[in-house]
Write a protein that binds this ligand. Structure first.
Ligand SMILES: [Zn+2]
Length: 197
């Protein structure tokens, strides 16, 4: 079976879950107060799942005209159309997290992550933080042969590896060809599919 990496189109507007972005008096980005204590004193990254468990704030406003997008802090959000499609197709291993006061979009998270053989994954890892063990950033996606893939035909797989950028973890999913075809048939917007090797 073929698999495709799900990529997202660039947006005009920035969307953050854990930060407040202001443009008065010049651009600035501040972590929201309730998450500040989670940050590593050295690299400033924090456990995003722990942060989600602390809850999201009421004043998050997401701006996107597509069906799927990625927040600037790395989370995939899907609208009702995609949520219903994934539920109808009974795609396993995913769950949806509601955002307060946001009726259109939910956060998509893996229930269970697929195991990756780190030695064979072919990725590059840079700037390991000695304090929290997170990498500063990573390059490339893991090779398909290094991922233990589940067996069903309708799959959305998240490898158990942290894809990192300067802000934190980024969620990049792998879709089975059957699921990609369903997405295409439903004309899901905001995404591109890149065949995994
Ligand atoms: Zn750190």
């Amino acid at each position: 079976m073929n698999y495709f990496w799900l990529y997202h189109k660039d947006l005009r507007d920035n969307n953050w879950l854990f930060y407040n972005e202001t443009i008065e008096n010049g651009w600035s980005l501040r972590i929201r107060e309730r998450y500040a204590k989670l940050r590593c004193s050295k690299c400033k990254k924090f456990d995003e799942i722990k942060a989600l468990k602390l809850g999201l704030e009421d004043n998050i406003k997401l701006k996107c005209k597509y069906d799927i997008f990625i927040t600037d802090d790395g989370f995939i959000c899907v609208n009702q159309k995609v949520k219903k499609l994934l539920e109808k197709l009974k795609v396993k291993n995913i769950k949806f997290i509601n955002i307060p006061n946001e009726k259109q979009f939910s956060i998509l998270l893996p229930k269970k992550e697929a195991k990756v053989d780190m030695k064979k994954c072919g990725m590059k890892f840079y700037k390991l933080c000695k304090s929290c063990g997170r990498y500063g950033y990573t390059l490339y996606n893991p090779l398909l042969s290094s991922i233990k893939l589940p067996k069903s035909l309708m799959q959305m797989v998240f490898p158990n590896i942290n894809f990192e950028n300067g802000y934190g973890r980024i969620y990049i999913y792998l879709l089975s060809e059957d699921l990609v075809n369903k997405f295409k048939a439903a004309k899901v917007t905001g995404v591109e599919y890149d065949k995994a090797r």
